[in-house]
Design a protein around this ligand. Sequence first.
Ligand code: SF4
Ligand code: SF4
Length: 571
Amino acid sequence: MSWIIKNYIKETRENETGAQVYPPGLRHPVAFIYPNVYHLGMSNLGMHILYQMINERGDSACERFFLPDKRLQQEHIKSKTPLLSLENQRPLADFDVIFVMLSFEMDYDNLLTVLDLGNIRLRAAERNQREPLVIIGGPCATFNPEPLAAVADAFVIGEGEETVQHVLDTIYREESKQERLAALAQVPGVYVPSLYTAQYDDEGEFTALLPQEGAPAKVARQWARDIDAYPHTSAIVTSGTEFEDMFIVEVARGCGRHCRFCMAGYCFRKPRPRKLENILADIAKRPERTKKVGLMGAAVSDHPQMAELTEYLVEHKIPFSVASMRADMLTEQIAHALAQSGQRTMTVAPEAGSERMRAAINKGITEEHVYNSIELAAAAGMRNIKLYYMIGLPGEEDEDIVETVEMIKRVRAKMDAVGNKGELVISVNGFVPKPFTPYQWVPLCNVRTLKKRFKILGDGLKKEKRIKLITESLKETVVQSVLARGSRRIGEALLKAHVEGRSLKQVLKEEGLDAEELAERELQVGQPLPWQHLDMGVTQEYLAAELQRSESGKFTPMCFDGCRRCGVCRE
Ligand code: SF4
Ligand code: SF4
């Protein structure tokens, strides 16, 4: 083995507390890939939760793999060293089963790189009986697995806590690959793509996905109804993540705010706050080296006992940070608690600069809320403000971007007025339509229009020296859009691009397809969609009605007890 790789693994492991290493031969080895660098992957709480649950079974040993950085990738290739697990330096190809956590579209190609480096054949159909089963889960697998249908033996749709256990039971019970796949297809929340045939019309438009005999026509996403029944914390604390030595604790899952662009809000509803006493018990278990407790969840600030929780942390002098804070939920007490924990930046996501667009996306945040949070942050001693916006939202006009520019200037002026001389950072992404949201049918905003609107924003803020503008590459926005709503045909192009070392755009062009045109396609309500065989709980009728409400800027209230609106809560 190359000494560079050996050293990397040694140093990484020495920086960790909590990794579970079992001697080879005693348990079934289970590989877990996060298809991005260690630094990002170890910040993913889902991976920590499943790592603990797989190890707690008693019969399985979970071992982690990440995407090596470019220098290490070259070292693997040059030294002919296959990708090795962090726990036992075991080659990826030696595992019977490989789980993958897929969180972002830009990780699809990374996954192919990881499999290549691990000497795993990319196509499931080419992997034989002795080669590992590749099982992909996470948000991207949940909302549209089709672009990776040729790669995965199976997908876990929805939250994996229970499904992963059933998957392992099934794999350990059945003998042949064929028997395993047939049995996996019967596990609730598992989708076995090889048991379905995609059909297209003469123009190449997706028309249907036909299940083979015995495979279910619909696969229902699974969700943890009793959220307190599973582990909810970092399994491993390390200095090698974005937030050094942070112990992450899940506070709530799902979000009931109904922002119309938000895939997480639709695919992981309904909101489930954890019991305060369980959160506190988890915090008490943090390892000694913990520098900060990270409160995690899609809507942490909506937790009904957020005030008590932060009060407890302040009283016990436990530094903490929150994954997301809605501007309308920030209070004086929480702002002070965050500042006392060393937080210097208040992050707020208005998403759109005009009131009209914020109503269209159902964000429910006013400019007043943003000003209020600036005042509270300044009074508490937080110097910097970071605002997140999207450009290209459905129904947006150039005028909305002009309003965004004006809003940002007013925010700067407000910061100055309250004596806050810190940095104002504006982060702007192109809006990407996602499956299972009301915007699943709308086109990506025309790329020329997007460029123009980014220019309006850039020009409008050019003279503002104390405003820092960060924008995402439009090329990435287009690729994300193509993959997010892609069919198996897009998956074939992705594989070809990877194998030939070319861009997805180039390969699509060769096949007579234009990436921008694909992304900018408007889909019709009622037309067949590549992800229609998945049941997210939310009905298509509800999504279509929400699209209409977006067009007229109608507000949709939060989830509430006894609500039966969207189809998720049925009992
Ligand atoms: S508040 Fe809106 S954007 Fe944030 S998680 Fe909830 S639905 Fe998504
Ligand atoms: S049925 Fe109502 S409460 Fe349940 S997830 Fe849907 S909107 Fe929320």
